[in-house]
Design a protein around this ligand. Structure first.
Ligand SMILES: NC(=O)c1ccc[n+]([C@@H]2O[C@H](COP(=O)([O-])OP(=O)(O)OC[C@H]3O[C@@H](n4cnc5c(N)ncnc54)[C@H](O)[C@@H]3O)[C@@H](O)[C@H]2O)c1
Length: 333
């Protein structure tokens, strides 16, 4: 372990968190990685990182709902990246209390720890889902917030707390609002791994929900760079502000399936599965980002287009060792 500055990451064992951990190490940071305590002693995706990366990662088992475990995570960190959250929209219909506990109270614990331990920078993670179906496109950070699911509402609650801590206490927090992110290690709760994973497992008829919604998909390595960009930018340019991270491109789920078929060189049939279709007023029909504020403040721009990102994702899912970690035959809520 070097004496490089410590970046503390919550949700480090997850999809985006594990890529952010790699990007932080590549940029010369030591990472103190909170992994949610579990009885399997599983470190999630961190277990798959190369040893030379893990040499710079200190894993701490904990829980953002627990104040003490958050305080010990962030003590003496230079930057805190708060990604831990419950993220699935369908599960938020079933277990909304757990979303408030994790996404609202968990964020409050992080804000309190950062405030009292005087950590110099907190990057809080929002989501484009807080905008709801686009009322104007592309969506800027001034677009109204319209929370159409308990998930979106709990994330917006965390965002409002972050804004209030900056206003009330000068807490040095910046909010990153990623649009849909995809890539290796994403769970099959999201559409791209659902399609690619089913094809890689040998299915030719793909089971999905509504094919009409459009999304702006960012490759995960670009999202990780957006976190680094706001985590390392001068305070005056980012603190107290919210930044969209997205490509500005837009594709419907139906067209996305056709594009994945092209990248995987296969014809795909799609059947709509009733249980995957959301209540009409809860489905976000259109999301497309205006990320010009982030670009102006930090110079961030995505380095991968959708087809390049899909090719990397297909390569990941075609590796049998990776595919074996997924349940391709069931609906992953
Ligand atoms: N994936 C996307 O498209 C996307 C888009 C916008 C925003 N986000 C946000 O990015 C962040 C990361 O999402 P992801 O896609 O990597 O999901 P993920 O589920 O892979 O990662 C979330 C991580 O949080 C951890 N976690 C959950 N509850 C916890 C708790 N109580 N204590 C400690 N850790 C806990 C989980 O174990 C998991 O590793 C989330 O805040 C999410 O809202 C994701």
């Amino acid at each position: 372990m070097t004496s490089a500055p410590i970046a503390a990451v919550t949700g480090a064992e997850g999809f985006i968190g594990s890529h952010l951990t790699e990007a932080l190490v590549a940029a010369g940071h030591r990472v103190r990685a909170m992994v949610q305590y579990n009885s399997f002693s599983s470190y999630g995706w961190l277990e798959t990182l190369p040893a030379d990366v893990l040499d710079h990662v200190e894993v701490v088992l904990g829980d953002v709902r627990d104040n003490g475990s958050v305080r010990s995570l962030v003590a003496d960190a230079e930057t805190v990246y708060h990604l831990a959250a419950l993220i699935a929209i369908p599960y938020s219909y079933q277990a909304p209390h757990s979303y408030v506990d994790t996404n609202v109270t968990g964020t409050l614990n992080v804000l309190e720890a950062v405030r009292h331990l005087e950590v110099p920078r907190l990057v809080h993670t929002s989501t484009s889902e807080t905008y709801g179906t686009a009322q104007t496109v592309p969506i800027t950070e001034d677009h109204p917030i319209n929370t159409q699911s308990p998930y979106a509402a709990s994330k917006a609650g965390g965002d409002r707390l972050a804004d209030s801590y900056h206003a009330s206490f000068g807490t040095p927090v910046v909010t990153l609002r990623p649009f849909n992110t995809f890539g290796p290690r994403q769970s099959m709760r999201a559409v791209i791994p659902t399609v690619i994973g089913q094809v890689a497992a040998g299915y030719h008829t793909i089971t999905l929900g509504d094919l009409r919604p459009t999304r702006d998909f960012t490759f995960v390595k670009d999202t990780a760079q957006a976190f680094l960009a706001v985590g390392t930018a001068p305070a005056a340019t980012v603190e107290g502000r919210t930044f969209n991270a997205g490509t500005g491109g837009e594709i419907s789920v139906g067209d996305l399936v056709r594009l994945i078929g092209k990248v995987m060189d296969t014809d795909l049939d799609v059947t709509e599965d009733e249980q995957r279709v959301r209540p009409a007023a809860s489905e976000v029909m259109r999301l497309v980002a205006d990320a010009s504020r982030l670009r102006a403040a930090t110079g961030w721009a995505p380095a991968h287009d959708l087809e390049q990102g899909l090719a990397h994702t297909v390569e990941f899912f075609r590796d049998p060792a990776n595919l074996a970690r997924y349940k391709t035959g069931v609906y992953n809520i």
